[in-house]
Design a protein around this ligand. Structure first.
Ligand code: FE2
Length: 240
């Protein structure tokens, strides 16, 4: 939540919904009263109530990826937001293979203008082939879906997962965005709901690897044996 930053054109509201600790985000453009819902799922009535309570019109739905726990409220939200458009990356739509109402397919680097708020689509494959993160450059917020969790990262052993792609994706995020960037993950799996890339570079074990083979082994064979949520920081092995 960034209500304490009055200079920004937007606010991010987080709802924790459903049995899998999903975070659903409502991005509010303050001037236009438009809202974008990221990953509408589980209890659409809660999402709609939040928008209604703040006087917002939902104009856009954004999907980080197509897994059931991130999309199972799409229809109900669209019913109540008949002019809203559904945004996802083209490779995710191809992976998903489902007929969608009012889709707008994007490529990494595309931007969406939500009133005065710019939202940039980043293609971040690894958890699924067309996973996306959404970057709000005005405040350097990053909505990360199941790509990057606070002190964790998404599984790569499900259909379409690829740990080698995840290695490169995480490296690109860590090196390509400002270190003060605030991440907003798709699940509440950690000891706290948000974090900075700087803090993740220090304490997220998935950002500690230099060797791709070591990363793949840890993601696929080791991590789930040695760690349980809520995830806390892990010290770098060679950090002393
Ligand atoms: Fe997922």
């Amino acid at each position: 939540m960034n209500d304490s930053r009055p200079d920004l054109p937007y606010r991010i509201h987080a709802l924790e919904l459903g049995p899998m600790e999903n975070f659903i985000y409502v991005v509010e453009d303050i001037a236009s009263r438009r809202a974008a819902v990221v990953d509408p799922a589980w209890e659409p009535e809660e999402i709609l109530a939040l928008a209604l309570g703040k006087g917002l019109t939902i104009t856009d739905l954004l999907l980080t990826h197509s897994h059931h726990d991130h999309i199972n409220g799409i229809e109900q939200v669209l019913e109540s937001a008949p002019s809203a458009r559904l945004h996802l990356l083209k490779p995710e739509a191809e992976f998903w293979g489902r007929a969608l109402a009012r889709p707008e397919l994007h490529h990494g680097g595309d931007t969406l203008q939500l009133g005065e708020t710019e939202i940039r689509f980043l293609h971040t494959p690894g958890h699924t082939p067309g996973s996306a993160c959404f970057h709000l450059p005005a405040g350097d917020d990053l909505i990360t879906g199941d790509t990057l969790f606070v002190f964790g990262c998404g599984r790569c052993d499900l259909a379409g997962g690829d740990p080698e792609q995840m290695f490169h994706t995480l490296k690109d995020l860590r090196t390509g965005l400002p270190r003060h960037t605030c991440i907003h993950p798709g699940h509440n799996y950690s000891v706290k709901p948000t974090s900075t890339l700087d803090e993740q570079a220090e304490g997220n074990p998935f950002l500690h690897f230099h060797d791709i083979g070591d990363f793949v082994h840890y993601r696929m064979h080791e991590h789930d044996r040695v760690r349980n949520s809520p995830y806390g920081p892990v010290r770098r092995k060679n950090a002393g």
